[in-house]
Design a protein around this ligand. Structure first.
Ligand SMILES: CSC[C@@H](O)[C@@H](O)C(=O)COP(=O)(O)O
Length: 367
């Protein structure tokens, strides 16, 4: 997507410098910094410290990490070591393991001399596929927005609410939850997006930055405002991303998503989840019982980052000194609260039947 008129992906291979480059998201929306990811430690740090973030982008980054590992030492032992080293960086988003598994399965049968080139090509393929998957999610989601728009008086905006950043920054391009928004905006459908701030990391500020760059009208709101807005008829549709969706359609996403789904159900607001198929974990049924929830550093809760009056980026503590913080980073929304899953192959019910109907090949393989 575009920043000041220039098209960017969230990561790209710089052939001249022979290195992967990423947008370092820790500084957004205040500062746009591009950094190289040149060593295996850089890759692990980039994922753990959320220089890159969002389930699909974490997966694509890990694939490039595997490519670097194969360049350094294409042995089976190093392939397994790289898998383990990268996989432990973040536990919840399944795209990380999905990408590493896909790389290992493709590279293992190859002679060692071919692995570096093949791994690099595969990482680029995974990145390109992500772009196309998200473009298609947008096309299917656009139709839902179009239907809602058709029932409103002409010119009245469709009011969407989103949580976290499931935007192009969280993927390689387009975003998942934002792709329908961008495509609806391009199609001339008037929109207004309520953007949850998404404490503690304030990914909503990334979403606001993205939407602003594309001219999509939006308002940044506190995480606690959504229920109130829904009660007053100010939200037509909720659309979020997902970090892992189980085969029965339970959705694990950024902490606070579950509360939005509860409020949506209580107020009869449709709650959709944009779901690229690599984010489905076919091995898991009950998301609440089985998905590991990342517990992040308490400092992310007790402190907050922003721009100081002097213009620098700094942190301030919001709690009394010594107060303990708790920081579960994700929660699970049970499938019964999800109106539909918007995938690259179309929209389905959040159920085993719905998902296996769209992806029969995966469902059979997981049996
Ligand atoms: C298309 S991104 C979907 C999810 O990955 C997104 O909603 C989310 O929860 C991201 O969490 P983050 O902790 O910022 O990596």
């Amino acid at each position: 997507m575009k920043i000041d008129g220039t098209h960017y992906r969230s990561l790209w291979w710089n052939a001249e410098r022979d290195v992967l480059e990423i947008i370092d998201q820790r500084w957004l929306p205040h500062d746009f910094r591009v950094i190289p990811v040149a060593t295996m430690q850089d890759f692990a740090d980039a994922i753990y410290e959320m220089r890159v973030r969002g389930a699909p982008l974490i997966g694509a980054t890990a694939a490039y990490g595997m490519a670097l590992a194969m360049r350094e030492d294409p042995s089976d032992a190093n392939m397994d070591a790289a898998w383990t080293f990268l996989e432990k960086t973040r536990p919840t988003a399944i795209n990380l393991r999905w990408a590493l598994d896909r790389c290992r399965a493709a590279l293992r049968p190859l002679p060692q001399g071919e692995r570096a080139t093949a791994a690099h090509a595969l990482a680029a393929e995974i990145a390109d596929e992500d772009v196309e998957i998200n473009r298609r999610i947008g096309a299917h989601g656009l139709e839902i927005i179009r239907e809602i728009a058709a029932k409103k008086p002409a010119g009245e905006p469709v009011r969407l609410l989103t949580h976290c950043n499931a935007g192009w920054l969280a993927t390689v391009d387009w975003g998942t939850a934002t792709s329908p928004m961008y495509q609806a905006h391009e199609a001339g459908i008037p929109l207004h997006v309520w953007v949850d701030e998404t404490r503690p990391r304030n990914q909503g500020a990334l979403t606001a930055w993205e939407l602003g760059s594309h001219g999509v009208p939006h308002t940044y709101i506190t995480d606690n405002a959504g229920g109130h807005l829904m009660q007053h008829g100010l939200v037509d549709m909720v659309i979020t991303g997902t970090d892992r969706t189980t085969r029965q359609g339970d959705v694990c996403n950024k902490i606070g998503t579950y509360l939005k789904a509860l409020a949506a159900r209580d107020n009869g607001v449709p709650f959709y989840v944009a779901l690229p198929s690599p984010t489905i974990d076919w091995t898991v049924g009950d998301g609440v019982a089985e998905i590991p929830i990342e517990e992040r550093n308490a400092r992310e809760v007790t402190h907050i980052q922003g721009v100081t009056d002097e213009g620098g980026i700094g942190h301030v503590r919001v709690t009394p000194e010594g107060t303990e913080g708790g920081n579960p980073a994700f929660d699970v929304t049970p499938h019964r609260l999800v109106t539909g899953l918007i995938t690259e192959r179309g929209v389905c019910d959040a159920s085993e039947e719905g998902l296996s109907g769209l992806f029969p090949e995966h469902a059979q393989a997981a049996e």
